[in-house]
Design a protein. Structure first.
Length: 313
């Protein structure tokens, strides 16, 4: 199946082109196997070219780009960049497991991909994974939401991508709600405290993206998702200060979310959900999100628009 020709210019392309097809089993503790799973899920979810002849409107591209960033930036464990082995104790690796192995099981339940067994973790871990084919109780609901997503797109010949985005984000949020809860209860040493704060804040930022059904297709990711995240672990404030301006602004906002009191965060998210309840507002998400997190004189009009959407009956 064709892919966007621009892919060949990105660091994602080599793994897209060379990751071996999954055979016999899916080992989610290998980077290239998670990427092969994403590739197959992308290829198998474009009936009648509903996401475009080259599949560029497929919302699963976002997960593949995110996982490439996690490897590139050292967030999957010390050995991952060299040999592709994902540390089962890596917090980001666990978060992505919930967004790779769990979607795979949902896709298999929907008949979109082969029902290959998911390999057990290579040893004891601080996190709970599928073991012996048994899904941890906390992730069972996420498998069901992903099954619903893949069932929807398997029969979707529509050119309108929003229903798929809404279903994908529902499943995505179910997964990351589990991840956020687990991170609150486990010892994440020796990973840097600031990095874990960033991960917790990222889970909260994703709630804002969920409410907006943020586009995660190929064009949206390459236009807005490739230069906003840190390319190395955050070990202290100096690492944040050294980031390029765009990434630094985003990281500061994510860290601020992580340290916002729960009551305030829940209230702000509720207001954002109300703002994002119409398709008109979701189509304006980029400037509206900017107005929420970085109010400036030059986005005063967008802040007024936030109020209009908030107060609209």
């Amino acid at each position: 199946m064709a892919h966007p020709e621009e892919l060949a210019e990105l660091d994602l392309y080599p793994v897209w082109a060379t990751a071996p097809e999954l055979e016999g089993a899916f080992d989610p503790f290998r980077f290239e196997q998670r990427m092969a799973a994403y590739r197959l899920m992308i290829r198998n979810t474009n009936p009648a070219d509903g996401f475009g002849a080259d599949n560029r409107r497929n919302p699963l591209w976002g997960l593949m780009f995110q996982h490439q960033w996690q490897l590139r930036s050292g967030r999957l464990g010390a050995g991952a960049p060299r040999d592709g082995r994902i540390d089962p104790d890596a917090p980001w690796g666990y978060g992505n497991y919930a967004l790779s192995a769990i979607p795979w099981l949902g896709a298999a339940a929907a008949g979109v991909v082969p029902a290959l067994p998911v390999a057990d973790p290579p040893g004891p871990s601080r996190f709970r994974y599928v073991t012996g084919g048994v899904v941890p109780d906390e992730l069972v609901g996420a498998v069901a939401d992903w099954r619903d997503y893949f069932t929807l797109v398997a029969g979707n010949g529509s050119a309108d991508p929003e229903p798929a985005r809404l279903a994908l984000w529902k499943a995505h949020k179910t997964c990351l709600d589990v991840v956020a809860g687990v991170l609150a209860d486990v010892d994440t040493a020796p990973w840097p405290d600031l990095e874990i704060t960033f991960l917790r804040g990222w889970c909260r930022m994703v709630d804002y993206l969920w409410a907006a059904a943020w586009p995660t297709d190929f064009a949206s990711m390459t236009a807005h998702g490739l230069d906003v995240l840190p390319e190395s672990l955050l070990t202290g404030p100096g690492d944040v200060d050294a980031l390029p301006a765009k990434a630094r602004s985003n990281v500061v906002n994510v860290l601020r979310l992580a340290t916002t009191p729960r009551w305030r965060y829940n209230l702000n998210l509720l207001l954002w959900q109300r703002i994002m309840r119409t398709r008109e507002a979701r189509d304006q998400v980029l400037p509206l999100l900017d107005a929420v997190f970085d109010p400036r004189p030059d986005n005063r009009a967008e802040r007024r628009r936030l109020l209009v959407h908030l107060l609209r009956p």
